[in-house]
Write a protein that binds this ligand. Structure first.
Ligand SMILES: [Zn+2]
Ligand SMILES: [Zn+2]
Length: 280
């Protein structure tokens, strides 16, 4: 898992100057990204004792693949408490107090299988049970479990052969991509980036990253004036979009953090949605 906090700090002065995020949200993201790094280290230490069943073909993880032991349940409960604290500290407008007394292990089980199956219905039930907004619960669950899945992904990633998997779902966890990158140095290859476990995988250039449509006439992209670094690839078959970072020839792909780029390109989401596109 990349150290998002460092990338975010480096990008902060420019982003503030350009007014990319509300001024009071930078400290929240710094705390959130530091949280990811700290939890990633904590979960990595648990991985050897965790029972993970790998599917014979990608995605490597399927619903039921991850069995929580006592240690993992305790670590996840601690992770949830820390995250609820961060959200409470920064006036995010979210009220998650009900999660403080909730049985973390139960929510973890529901959320893990909801993400692995991409079926969010069980989380919707949990949200009304705790009187939390559905979007808020998904946001919290995603950020809570992201370092946990990233720790698992780090150990199983090598099972996936990059040139045998050209699907829009993550080959490790099956979840949706949140960003793409095109690397000039890598012969213009496109990679998708998992919104959950942060695995990156190769994906065809001329193919919708949501519905797999390959009809070039229905594919296009939106650009922002004066911004050659980003574009939004859109599909008129499914009306989906994905934000893309174009990495120039002399820049290493590792010098770009797509999780941070996703946060700092909120304006592109607004532009795409205004034109009638949405993302899963
Ligand atoms: Zn993934
Ligand atoms: Zn599409």
């Amino acid at each position: 898992m990349q150290d998002h906090g460092t990338f975010f700090r480096d990008a902060e002065p420019k982003a503030r100057e350009a007014g990319i995020l509300p001024p009071d949200s930078y400290d929240f993201y710094k705390a959130l990204f530091e949280y990811h790094s700290a939890r990633f280290s904590a979960y990595r230490a648990l991985i050897p004792g965790l029972s993970v069943t790998e599917a014979p073909a990608p995605p490597v993880l399927a619903p039921g693949s991850v069995t929580l032991n006592e240690e993992a349940s305790r670590a996840l409960a601690e992770g949830l408490r820390d995250l609820v604290d961060i959200v409470a500290r920064f006036n995010t407008g979210m009220s998650l107090e009900a999660l403080r007394s909730a049985p973390a292990e139960g929510i973890a089980r529901i959320a893990i299988d909801a993400f692995l199956s991409r079926d969010m219905e069980p989380l919707s039930g949990a949200a009304s049970g705790y009187r939390i907004g559905f979007d808020e619960l998904v946001f919290v669950a995603l950020n809570w479990l992201k370092p946990f899945f990233a720790a698992i992904a780090a150990t199983v990633r090598e099972r996936v052969k990059d040139d045998e998997w050209f699907k829009p779902a993550c080959p490790v966890c099956g979840y949706f991509p949140d960003m793409a990158r095109i690397t000039a140095a890598g012969e213009g290859r496109r990679h998708l980036h998992c919104a959950l476990c942060e695995t990156e995988w190769t994906y065809p250039r001329i193919q919708c990253a949501i519905c797999e449509n390959t009809n070039a006439e229905l594919l296009g992209f939106l650009v922002e004036e004066g911004n050659a670094r980003h574009r939004v690839e859109v599909c008129d078959s499914c009306k989906g979009y994905i934000k893309t970072v174009v990495i120039p020839k002399f820049q290493e792909p590792g010098s770009v953090d797509l999780t941070v780029e996703n946060v700092l390109t909120a304006g592109l989401d607004a532009a795409a949605m205004e034109k009638g596109y949405s993302r899963p």
